[in-house]
Design a protein around this ligand. Structure first.
Ligand code: SF4
Ligand code: SF4
Length: 291
């Protein structure tokens, strides 16, 4: 059974009673089961990141059910796949009874490629950098290879993949770049969706995937982010907004309930629906006091 666009937008908004949200997530499961039936292939690559985006996804109870439906369609994920294998002198070790991991990647024509982490330079001043390699291959070359044969879409998951993130912070010693820059430099035009956040919320990943499968690309902003999730600043929906407007600020930790602007909050320039979507199965978010 297909989900209506109206219901999907309700999911995307994720505002409402938890029981209602759970119902819609079951709809998402239906979508992903349909994806399996149609044989979509999703490859997940990890560059310069902390694996936090993967952990965010697989630790989230409801989405774990969705991911299980999708798992058979994820032939390559360095963290969760059971297969192993590395290249040594042009050969793959260890030889196992099943196909090795890198061979699986080489043999896959992905419908979707998910990238977690930024992408460092391969060469600097004529020297090979070896900043980030996967099984002896530079991550940049590996990504360009996989991206160039990806059929439907590339998802840059997390701030590292979307905008460079922490690895690209000044002075950016590895010359790390976001996925978008590498795609441009490589002349690859496969549609790109950025899902920034540190880590990315599991809803953003699964619901974006569900939207692409059901309807094609979602509406994106000028930074290739789905407007449903990133259309407003965190500040606009913050529960401490009333204190900001009255210029009442917390000035030291531990904080009270006033605005956190003077303590470094970036909510005015951060676009995401964290205040209403909430984290850890709708438990909390970074601005709220611990329960
Ligand atoms: S965006 Fe954050 S959580 Fe995700 S890989 Fe980068 S540092 Fe880790
Ligand atoms: S805590 Fe941050 S997001 Fe919330 S009102 Fe203050 S500045 Fe805005």
């Amino acid at each position: 059974m297909k989900m209506s666009r109206r219901n999907f937008l309700k999911i995307a908004a994720a505002i409402g009673a938890s029981a209602t949200l759970l119902k819609y997530k079951l709809d998402v499961l239906d979508v992903l089961r349909e994806a399996r039936a149609e044989g979509y292939q999703l490859v997940w690559l990890q560059g310069q990141g902390c694996t936090g985006c993967t952990i965010s996804l697989i630790q989230y109870p409801d989405v774990l059910g969705a991911l299980e439906s999708l798992a058979v369609n994820i032939p390559f994920h360095p963290t969760i796949m059971p297969q192993a294998g590395v290249y040594v002198d042009g050969k793959v070790y260890p030889k196992t009874l099943t196909t090795d991991a890198m061979q699986i990647l080489d043999d896959t024509i992905p419908d979707f490629t998910v990238v977690e982490g930024s992408i460092p330079a391969v060469m600097l001043d004529g020297l090979e950098t070896h900043f980030c390699e996967v099984s002896g291959r530079s991550f940049r070359d590996l990504f360009v290879d996989v991206a160039s044969r990806t059929k439907t879409g590339i998802l840059a998951v997390g701030t590292c993949a979307s905008f460079g993130g922490i690895p690209s912070g000044d002075p950016n010693p590895t010359y790390a770049e976001p996925v978008s820059d590498v795609l441009t430099e490589a002349g690859i035009s496969t549609p790109l969706i950025n899902l920034p956040g540190c880590p990315a919320h599991p809803d953003w990943i699964v619901l974006t995937l569900a939207h692409v499968i059901q309807y094609g690309l979602p509406a994106l902003d000028e930074k290739n982010r789905p407007i449903d999730f990133y259309g407003e600043t965190v500040h606009n929906k913050c529960e401490r907004l009333q204190y900001y407007e009255k210029e009442k600020y917390d000035k030291e930790f531990p904080v009270d309930e006033k605005c956190l602007f003077l303590l470094g909050c970036k909510g005015l320039v951060a676009y995401a629906d964290c205040p209403t979507r909430l984290w850890n199965n709708k438990t909390n978010w970074c601005v709220r006091l611990a329960p």
